[in-house]
Design a protein around this ligand. Structure first.
Ligand SMILES: Cc1ncc(COP(=O)(O)O)c(C=O)c1O
Length: 366
């Protein structure tokens, strides 16, 4: 049985008539940028999240970058980010002109750890970016308290976590902004790049709208330096077709995750779990295994694709090799050697999961 790591076109096949109709509607409208589909998508996503404003942008990276810029964070400022995340989290801080201060994950999960945030804090710290890694909500309450006590902004990186919730509220609505990605492999994936920023403050949202459109305040007037980060109408139209299916897809992911977890319970695999009061959406199903690399090779030999997120933590990336004060982050470094993502997507079958579980067991018995 050949099991790919993603099956990106499956959603298109399932929704073909609706997506084709949406594409035709946009193509025939002649409005391809920043028009009715964008507006409607922003409102629909805001309703889904339960937040006042959503600003659609071109990528999750831009959602982070523009969040930082709208908050006035730049040269001379520091932003605390987890090291164990996709590179874009730290990259956005540098693109804004500020400095990334790296924090570790905890011993019990892969999300950013409060004690490590405390160690990374300095007088120059202006914000903390909490990444809901793999779709698992960060335990936000203590981090919110930490930020409130020091007047720091909390930005949520929800690129992997659209639909996840914490204490009954969607992630992305706790911080001053929440940044989302619609990269095709995400739980809500466009057919190209896309992103969005959730925000309760209308003034910040207005600023974000200006920044994503060259700092423009009217046709030929630019109040500040912005960027071009508009979401294409075609992507917005496709995302509008998919959004009503997201909760069902996320539930299917959770059911598959549960099946993996029961199947792998008494093996040497470390299994993912949510923090108290967190309901995750399993953008990835990530186990740990002491023989991670050998297990990945074994599964590949049996036609099961896996992936490693992330083999190199951000603070050890070459791009940061000139930084003078990089901390030792033992848990991020340890996680990088242990984690293995198994296939998970709504179209994966129970039989696929059972097959992968049986292979992991066979590997351990060999
Ligand atoms: C945690 C995290 N942050 C940010 C991003 C950046 O999103 P994008 O690829 O849409 O720029 C990603 C994308 O994979 C991500 O996983």
């Amino acid at each position: 049985m050949k099991i790919p790591f993603f099956d990106i076109a499956a959603q298109y096949r399932a929704l073909r008539p609706d997506i084709d109709a949406a594409l035709r509607r946009v193509l025939e409208s002649g409005s391809y940028s920043n028009a009715t589909e964008n507006l409607a998508f922003e409102q629909e996503l805001a309703t889904y999240l339960g937040v006042r404003e959503v600003v659609a942008v071109n990528s999750g990276t831009d959602a982070l970058l523009l969040s930082l810029k709208a908050l006035g964070i730049g040269a001379g400022d520091e932003v605390i980010v987890p090291s164990f995340t996709f590179f874009a989290t730290a990259e956005a801080v540098c693109l804004a002109g500020a400095k990334s201060r790296f924090a570790d994950c905890g011993s019990t999960g892969f999300n950013i750890d409060l004690h490590s945030i405390e160690r990374a804090y300095s007088a120059a710290t202006k914000a903390v970016i909490a990444v809901h890694l793999y779709g698992h909500p960060v335990d936000l309450a203590p981090i919110q308290q930490f930020c409130a006590a020091r007047n720091l902004h909390l930005i949520e990186d929800c690129a992997q976590a659209l639909g996840a919730s914490y204490r009954g509220q969607r992630v992305g609505t706790f911080g001053i902004t929440g940044a989302f990605s619609f990269y095709p492999t995400k739980n809500l994936g466009a057919c190209g790049d896309g992103g969005a920023i959730a925000c309760a403050d209308s003034k910040i949202a207005a600023h974000l709208r200006r920044l994503r459109n060259h700092g423009r305040i009217s046709a030929h007037n630019h109040a500040e330096i912005g960027i071009n980060s508009r979401l294409d109408e075609i992507q917005a139209a496709i995302l509008r077709v998919k959004l009503p299916h997201l909760d069902r897809w996320n539930m299917q992911r959770r059911v598959l995750a549960q099946r993996y977890s029961s199947g792998l319970r008494d093996t040497r695999c470390g299994l993912p779990s949510d923090c108290d009061n967190g309901v995750g959406v399993f953008q990835h199903f990530v186990i740990t295994h002491p023989q991670r690399d050998a297990l990945a090779v074994f599964l590949a030999r049996h036609d099961v694709e896996t992936a490693i997120y992330y083999p190199t933590p951000c603070h050890l990336q070459a791009a940061f090799s000139n930084s003078s004060d990089l901390p030792a982050l033992p848990w991020a470094q340890h996680s990088a050697t242990q984690t293995l993502a198994l296939p998970i997507y709504p179209e994966l079958t129970d039989a696929n999961v059972d097959h992968i579980v049986a292979l992991v067991r066979a590997f351990e018995q060999a």
